[in-house]
Design a protein around this ligand. Structure first.
Ligand code: AMP
Length: 304
């Protein structure tokens, strides 16, 4: 089954304490689409400018990422620049140039409207809702968000949450949206705002999953070398939603647990190189191997 993904497509500049690279392909939808494409065909929705490399459209085609829903607008592609501090967990946005993103209004091709699974990757919640408005009763809706929308578009976000099956956000966003210090209370509270399930990411400390009476906690893969954390969250969301769309008819909590491990596996690869470079070279065997390691890591009773 296909997965529709809407989000940003960007050209990034990223600075870590040891390296700086510019003109990198980025954006929430770019990371999410590539992450999801390992499990299911993707229908991509976004906007790019005249400066966007044509080669990327060819790459998407080679990965079963349908780009009919990507608008080519007159002007420059959205640009974002960020700088990480020493722990690589905290980051500051240095600059944003919205460019063609400023007047972006997602318009779904007819062939996209009946897609069963949807990932609303990080963009303004009003645009995420606008995508849902054009769809014919999707079966499972996953949404991502960020602190900017919690602070500047709260009523749009609240309206969106009532239409979402799974919300994915990070720990500080979960605390900010609920004003709870405990992540357990925050997860429960967010469920009351609409989403049936909530996934809270904790960076290098793993992730939590909340259902009605169910709860799951997964660790993060212990990586020695992190080069660029950009897009880890989007890749995590793409991996989760892609796994669900590609393998599950009706989503149960156990499927979500598995999808969370796959999301974590993909995110762990994403950060091993700048931009999408590690994900571009990734194979299903790499993914399967790391998934098995995850399983072993979470075994607490080992037979002697
Ligand atoms: P993440 O590291 O998962 O938060 O995602 C980083 C990506 O999000 C970068 O590639 C940026 O181009 C993109 N991004 C940054 N700010 C925004 C924004 N306000 N809306 C949409 N995408 C953004």
């Amino acid at each position: 089954m296909s997965l529709l993904i809407v989000g940003s497509i960007a050209i990034d500049t990223v600075k870590t304490p040891v390296e700086e690279h510019s003109n990198l392909l980025g954006g929430s939808a770019s990371y999410a689409a590539l992450g999801a494409s390992f499990f299911s065909p993707v229908r991509l929705v976004g906007v790019v400018g005249n400066d966007f490399p044509e080669s990327e459209f060819q790459f998407w085609k080679s990965r079963k990422i349908d780009s009919e829903g990507v608008q080519r607008a007159n002007g420059k592609t959205f640009r974002w620049s960020g700088e990480y501090s020493w722990d690589l967990n905290t980051r500051e946005t240095r600059s944003i140039a919205l460019n063609v993103f400023e007047h972006f209004k997602p318009a779904l091709p007819k062939s996209y409207r009946q897609t069963d699974f949807v990932l609303l990757a990080n963009i303004a919640p009003s645009l995420q809702s606008h995508v849902l408005d054009q769809m014919e009763r999707p079966r499972f809706v996953v949404a991502d968000t960020m602190d900017l929308w919690i602070e500047t578009a709260r009523s749009d976000l609240d309206a969106l949450l009532r239409r979402v099956d799974l919300l994915i956000l990070n720990d500080s966003e979960a605390r900010e949206i609920t004003k709870e210090t405990s992540l357990i209370k925050a997860g429960r509270r967010i469920r009351k705002m609409g989403p049936h399930y909530v996934a809270i990411k904790k960076g290098e400390h793993g992730a939590l999953l909340f259902g009605e009476d169910e709860y799951f906690s997964c660790g993060a893969y212990p990586l020695e070398d992190i080069h660029d954390p950009t897009g880890a969250g989007d890749t995590f969301a793409g991996g989760m939603a892609g796994y669900l769309a590609g393998t599950v008819k009706k989503v149960h909590f156990n499927d979500l647990r598995k999808s969370m491990i796959y999301g974590s596996v993909l995110a762990s690869f994403c950060v091993e190189a700048f931009s999408l470079e590690r994900l571009r070279k990734l194979s299903m065997e790499d993914i399967a191997q790391r998934y098995e390691t995850f399983k072993l890591m979470s075994q607490f009773e080992v037979p002697i």
